[in-house]
Structure formats: C-alpha cells, structure tokens
Design a protein around this ligand. Structure first.
Ligand SMILES: Cc1ncc(COP(=O)(O)O)c(C=O)c1O
Length: 323
C-alpha cells in the first residue's frame, strides 16, 4: 500500500507553501498577494478568532471557463459563522461573491483553484473576548488539486473527540477550531491513514477531519445529522441532492455508531477540499469489498461533471468567472 507520505508527494500543492502569486483582496482593496500581511499581535493569529471559507473553482478547458462551485452558499455559511463569532462581514453574500469573481478575473488563473475568504479579529489586543475589536477581511486564491486521494482513501477513528457545540461549535467554520482537526489528522497520518474520523463526545460518528462522512447501508445513503457536531457541508448538501435525483437513493440523516462503519457497504468523504473521496479502509478493516463502491463512484462522477460544467445540470451551482 502507498504510504500517506508518498501520496502527499503526488499531491504537491499540499506539501509546499502557497505561492504569493497575483492579487489578494484586503480591507477594501486589491493588493499584491505578497503585501496582504497582518501584525504578529493580531487577535485572530494569537487566539484563533477568525472565520473562513474554502471554495473551489473548476477550470473547464473546452468551455475556456472557470466555474466557481456554490459560491453564494459559501458566503451564506460565512454569514452564519459571523453570527457565532460576532464578526461583521463587509458585504452581503452577493457582494462578496462579486469580489471573488473580480479576484479570479484579475488573477487570470486558468486552472483548478481554491479560494479562501477570511474574516477575523484584526485588533492588536490581548483581551480574550469577542466584542469591541477591530476586524479585517481578506480573500486569496491559489491553484489546488486533490486534498484527499479520490482513488481510495484510508481512515482511522481518531482518539481526539470532535469539539462539542457547548465548547467550540463545529457548525461555524472557525479558525481556532481547526486545532481539533490538526490533532486528529496528525494522529491519522502517524497511523498511516489519509483522513481521521471524529466521534462526538458521546461516542457517535461525527465527521472527517476536514470533510463530512457518508455511509451506504442496506441500499440507503446515511450521514450524521447536523446536531452531531459537524460542519454543515455544502458538498454534503450537493451529495444528498445528487443522490436523490441521480441515483433515486433514500438519504437518511441519523446517528451512526462506530461499528456501523465496519459493516457498511461503502464509505466516502465529501468536502470542498476532499471533493468525493471514497474510503476503502477504516481502522485496519476493508470497507465492503475493499474497492470503491458503485454509489461513491457514480456520485463522484456526477459531482465532478456538474462542478466542472461538463454536465449542464444545476447551473445555479456554477458561477462562471470569465463570461
Ligand atoms: C471539518 C469539516 N467538515 C466538513 C467540511 C466539508 O464542508 P464543505 O463541503 O462545505 O466544504 C469541511 C471543509 O471542507 C471541514 O473542514
């Protein structure tokens, strides 16, 4: 089996620092990416008091077009995160979406990209609280291929519990909460796996380190509910829609026991970074046949075709950049 570290070498964008190429947007204007800097005393840098999004753009060479996937929905979620962290975003979802299109036009990237909006407590303040702090907002973009292997990922259940809604809410995409992910994924990689699977504090399946989790069992597609300390994934929503429409599958949101993962027919991760990443091994056990199952294969094919614009369905999910 290929080791995690060998796989990472095949995904070079993950292994090296992001190049500060082109433009970024910071606090009201476009600036060279290399000039988009903050003070070392920044509250968010010290305490994790930032909110962010991860958005993918898919380059379609035949159309000569870059399609941003579910752009508005990402800013709608960011607005929800902003309520949790008491941050005021500098525009509506529609206005911030237009800024992303302008950034990508200026950068002229004719490749698959990842866009990172970031809103944060920018004050050079030592007081750990949320209100009365100057805020900042930035956007940057960079080329990105796969984040998890899409040809058969391996996973382990991590010993780190998912942070509960009563501690650090996973519902918000909060910078500081990614310590939880970093600990879990580091442990998974040390154990030779690509992705970690979190359990909630009471031992139910929650989600992947940076992805949502689906299981195929008895012909239905099952995923933990939004009350299982998950990020309410936009890819998760897309998967549920495509599964119902394309495969006529029953989609069930319910609590999942850890051992159900061991007896499931199929498992796969979903996420902006992860895309659709079938999981073929969990805690040292083969998932189903140990090969990518038919549901994950079909959903992956449809997801990529729709996101890249090769399949014309769901035009409302694609924002063209250059048209
Ligand atoms: C912890 C976590 N869960 C789930 C997801 C999937 O969310 P989305 O599909 O909106 O990218 C992500 C991000 O990609 C994540 O970081």
């Amino acid at each position: 089996m290929t080791s995690v570290h060998e796989k990472l070498k095949e995904m070079p964008a993950l292994g090296r620092e992001i190049a500060e190429d082109g433009w970024a947007y910071m606090d009201g204007g476009f600036v060279p990416f290399a000039d988009a800097k903050v003070s070392v005393a920044t509250h968010a840098l010290q305490y994790g008091t930032g909110i962010f999004e991860g958005i993918r753009g898919y380059w379609n060479a035949a159309h000569e077009e870059l399609y941003v996937f579910r752009l508005r929905e990402h800013f709608e979620r960011m607005e929800r995160s902003s309520r949790i962290l008491r941050i005021t975003l500098p525009g509506t979802a529609a206005e911030l979406s237009r800024l992303v299109v302008e950034l990508l036009r200026r950068n002229g990237q004719r490749t698959d990209v990842y866009v990172r909006p970031f809103a944060y407590k920018a004050a050079r303040s030592v007081k750990v609280s949320l209100q009365g702090l100057r805020e900042g907002f930035a956007l940057y973009a960079f080329p990105l291929g796969a984040y998890l292997p899409t040809d058969g990922a391996t996973a382990v259940t991590t010993s780190w519990h998912r942070t509960s809604d009563a501690a650090i809410p996973a519902r918000g995409k909060l910078s500081g909460s990614y310590i939880n992910t970093a600990l879990a994924v580091d442990e998974a990689n040390d154990r030779g796996a690509d992705e970690a699977i979190f359990l909630t504090a009471d031992g139910q399946v929650s989600e992947g380190g940076g992805s949502n989790l689906f299981m195929v069992r008895d012909g239905a597609l099952v995923t933990p509910p939004v009350t299982a300390d998950i990020l309410e994934g936009i890819t998760r929503d897309s998967v549920m829609t495509l599964a119902r429409e394309e495969l006529g599958l029953a989609v069930v949101e319910r609590s999942i026991d850890r051992t159900e993962l061991y007896v499931a027919d199929e498992l796969f991760f979903s996420g902006t970074g992860a895309q659709i990443a079938p999981c073929v091994r969990i805690d040292g056990r083969a998932v189903g046949s140990g090969r990518i199952g038919p549901v994950a294969k079909r959903l992956g094919d449809v997801y990529f075709a729709v996101a890249r614009g090769d399949d014309p369905r769901h035009p409302e999910w694609r924002t063209p950049v250059f048209r």
